[in-house]
Design a protein around this ligand. Structure first.
Ligand code: NAP
Length: 278
């Protein structure tokens, strides 16, 4: 095993910002490391992971579920979410799986943007891996109620069932969004923006001073952010900060030290086409 080798596995992976983020963290704390992006189609991922000699790895789309059976140990949060984004090599050479997406999201909202999640009435759009991490983390952070709406309703129901809190978590149909009242927390956890598809969202779902948050960033977040800016939302943010905070959580697992995230946030923010409001 190479102590200083780290990687992110995904497919496609060319545009991943993780190598840059971890390199800045390492420089900041004087930790020598190599962090590479490895393109791993699902068919060859297990073999590629077996050949990897590093101490830790991040796992991204579309492999976060596929990696579960390759872990000898899985953290409680990753098990609840059903997805792993961080692997750490144990002393016996087997992998431990964690999921840092939820902690990264909550830290971005509460620490960077200074917003309180407690007692909010939330709406999550989407029910994929990111929505699952967001839902569990937001409930753990004290959100009062969550409504989950997904294009494929069965996946929303499956997420609500996995959470198992019928008093706090409800599912509704996309076509009924008009009649659901309003929410003071609206999370776009769909991947629609990556294929330039825009979501049909009524303005009426946004409560005055609400937080509208898109888990994606860059061009993929632009349509949702543009919509949110013309609503009554008080706060509109993309997922760049979540990306950096989840990376910092992974870094802390591997190196035992949490890096300062502000410098890399400012660097990457200035390179993105859109700026969210603060
Ligand atoms: P995923 O597992 O593939 O799930 C995609 C979700 O988007 C599903 O709920 C899917 O609905 C929905 N969807 C896709 N196209 C849609 C459309 N045209 N209209 C309505 N719904 C649509 O992906 P994921 O891992 O959850 O990622 C979701 C988003 O979160 C992505 O934009 C990703 O970049 C972002 N993300 C950000 C971070 C971060 O650190 N900032 C971390 C993880 C993910 P169906 O179930 O009907 O297919």
């Amino acid at each position: 095993m190479s102590e200083s080798n780290f990687a992110v596995f995904g497919h496609p992976i060319r545009h991943s910002l993780s190598p840059r983020i971890h390199s800045v963290f390492g420089q900041q704390l004087g930790i020598a490391l190599q962090y590479t992006a490895i393109d791993a189609p699902p068919e060859t991922f297990a073999t590629q992971l077996q050949a990897f000699d590093g101490r830790g790895a991040n796992i991204t789309l579309p492999l976060k579920q596929a990696v579960l059976p390759l872990c000898a140990e899985i953290s409680d949060f990753a098990r609840r979410v059903g997805a792993v984004n961080t692997l750490t090599r144990r002393l016996d050479n087997h992998w431990r799986g964690d999921n840092t997406d939820g902690a990264g999201l909550v830290r971005d909202i509460t620490q960077r943007h200074g917003l309180d999640l407690r007692e909010r009435h939330g709406l999550i759009l989407g029910a994929g891996g990111a929505a699952r991490a967001a839902a569990f983390a937001l409930l753990d952070a004290g959100v009062a109620e969550l409504t989950i709406v997904n294009r494929t309703p069965e996946r929303a129901d499956a997420l609500a069932d996995a959470i198992g809190e019928p008093d706090r978590v409800h599912t509704r149909y996309w076509d009924d969004l008009d009649s659901l009242g309003n929410f003071d927390l609206i999370m776009n956890a769909t991947s629609a923006g990556h294929s330039r598809e825009s979501l049909q969202l009524p303005f009426a779902i946004v409560a005055p001073r609400a937080l509208c948050y898109d888990l994606s960033y860059g061009v993929a977040a632009s349509a949702f952010l543009a919509w949110a800016h013309v609503t009554k939302a008080g706060y509109v943010h993309d997922g760049l900060g979540m990306l950096i905070e989840q990376a910092a959580e992974s870094f802390a697992i591997w190196h035992g030290q949490r890096p300062d995230t502000d410098a890399v946030y400012e660097e990457l923010r200035s390179a993105l086409p859109l700026r969210a409001s603060d």
